[in-house]
Write a protein of this length. Structure first.
Length: 214
């Protein structure tokens, strides 16, 4: 995880794609006062990075392995850069990098990072293609991404002291992801017995059949 200045960010990303260079050029030209803002923001982000890193580092390899197991895809990137950013309301994953906002609840942040990692490895385009063939809502692909994330990190998220406490952002939420209630049992079974499915396509086929019946 990194918390760095604008120059480091620009040097790392420039030259990757034409539109990236356009965006970075605009960002650089409009960066008056960046250092002053960074002087105020950096200490808090560094503190948060250390706090989150202390709970994420011990589980990182297990979560990454679980993501690869459930998505049936091997990681190709040797390193994934994680950036905490004040300017984001949410997060995004792109190539070998993730950027997302800090969250006050570290347990929710674990799930948040797992979701962005799932965005990098889950074959989402394949899921959307199969949903399209069946004339089903393509947004269900995002539900699949989040289910893979949840069952990769679930065992490492502490349960709330108060069992009635609502923890939005941990368990896949039907308000954000369509067909969560219908698909949850499938993913729960899959997470316990992934070897009983021939491949990821077998899982998607079961998802499609379930949605057609609902």
């Amino acid at each position: 995880m990194r918390a760095r200045g604008l120059e480091d960010f620009v040097s790392e990303w420039e030259g990757r794609e034409p539109m990236t260079d356009v965006f970075l050029n605009i960002l650089s030209q409009g960066s008056d006062g960046w250092e002053q803002i960074w002087d105020l923001t950096r200490p808090r982000l560094e503190e948060y990075k250390q706090k989150f890193g202390s709970v994420w580092t011990p589980i990182a390899d297990s979560v990454l392995s679980r993501l690869a197991e459930l998505s049936r895809v091997e990681w190709t990137a040797g390193e994934i850069h994680v950036h905490f950013a004040d300017s984001l309301n949410g997060g995004f994953a792109w190539h070998d990098s993730i950027a997302f906002a800090t969250l006050p609840d570290i347990e929710v942040q674990k799930k948040f990072l797992a979701h962005e990692l799932s965005e990098l490895i889950t074959p989402r385009l394949f899921v959307k293609k199969e949903l399209g063939k069946a004339r089903l809502d393509p947004e269900v692909a995002h539900t699949v991404v989040d289910m893979i994330a949840y069952f990769s990190v679930k065992d490492f998220i502490a349960k709330p002291v108060d069992p009635t406490m609502e923890r939005k952002g941990v368990v896949p939420n039907k308000n954000y992801y369509p067909k969560v209630e219908e698909l949850y049992p499938i993913f729960e079974d899959y997470s316990k017995n992934p070897s009983e499915y021939d491949d990821f396509a077998s899982l998607v086929k079961k998802i499609v059949l379930r949605l057609k019946r609902s």
